[in-house]
Design a protein around this ligand. Sequence first.
Ligand code: GLU
Length: 445
Amino acid sequence: MYSEKISEEFKKHGIEIGDRISIKDSEGSNEGMLMPRPDVSKSDIIIIKRDDGYNIGIKYGKGTKLKRVSGKQHAAPEKRDSAKPQKGLPKVTLLYTGGTIGSKLDYVSGGVKALTKAEELLAEVPELGNIAELEVKQIMSVFSEDMTHMEWKEIAEAAAEAINNGSKGVIVTHGTDTMHYTASALSFMLHGLNAPVILTGAQRSSDRGSSDAFMNLICSAYAAGNSDIAEVVICMHADSSDKECMLIRGTKARKMHTSRRDAFRPVNNSAIAYVSINGSIRYNSAYRKTTSLKEKVAVKSSFETKVALLNTHPNSSPEMLDFLISKGYRGIILEGTGLGQIPINTKHSGYNWRSALKRAIDAGMVVGMTSQCLYGRVNPRVYSTARELADLGVIYCEDMLPETAYVKLGFLLGNYGKEDAEKLLSKDLSGEITARSETEWKSDI
Ligand code: GLU
């Protein structure tokens, strides 16, 4: 609670928590949404959330002038009907896992908090009911930074079950931070996939005017219900406008921006398709198509957790590798520099990775090389360092993204023996390696 004096002032001006207000004092003027007073703050400090997202506290004093600018700005539309299942539309299953797409602004903390019911999300996008006969299953409610291979398994099994029970497609609503890891994991785990599995999320929560949740969900529903893509894809804004989404192959997608709505880009690959908000699908590059075969989807979900993703950089220490060897790690993906180099020729012994790398390979570790450039292809034939690394037994992972290679190696070591894992790491299984990299690269994002 604010102080008695401030509460009286609020009353006088018809101001309530959540309203947009302006505060003027000798220091200047500020506008934003009135937040409740956190327990830790003094009762004469008024907290507002500014448009840039930051909360600021302004001391209320004699000369402070308050004004109510407008009513609650961020409240979710309350009087919208939930998506009602309609007959005759394609059957689509929506698996709800959490993330910003399932979050709301919390008026108490000023942050975003998870919605606990999938229905709360659907109530805000009733349009979905006109696109697909939607079955919603909340299988978890977690932010994606907290996901593990155990959640990947749960999602893979729920997706397979939905398709095997007749769903035309599956939507997985997911936090965006690690969505590309999950997309890769599902791409490797789902076998005999004959339907689209579409991961989608939001960079801004659904109760904000600028939220991308609505269009991402609508485009995902169109793609899940009407496309003939038999792959795992990510469906997010194609650019910063609200016109269309991009479908990006799950093993070739990466979150490239912390906050932009078009943060996900295909790397070394073209978008598979663009889906407009009106439902038209414009196919853009080759993809695996659904067939009339009635094979059941199977899930291979074992995962070797003793696999690491390691970035080498100037001054990086090979002790990290020795630590992993001592812990019994079975695989490592190196995120090397440029075409796939790590420091094995420096004269400074504490920074030279050569002998630790030999120890790792002698201990039976599978070592894969990717590039921290992300775009382009690693190549052991250009520089002598990379040639030496390949001779030591490092496997060059072509144009695979480091995160995808990490997930793939965990999957391979979890489901196959070491020799097969070594052979398969540099072979394309789920579109993760292209014969010739397509460079759809936007330097302006
Ligand atoms: N960090 C959270 C997550 O990845 C929220 C971010 C988001 O969903 O965009 O789940």
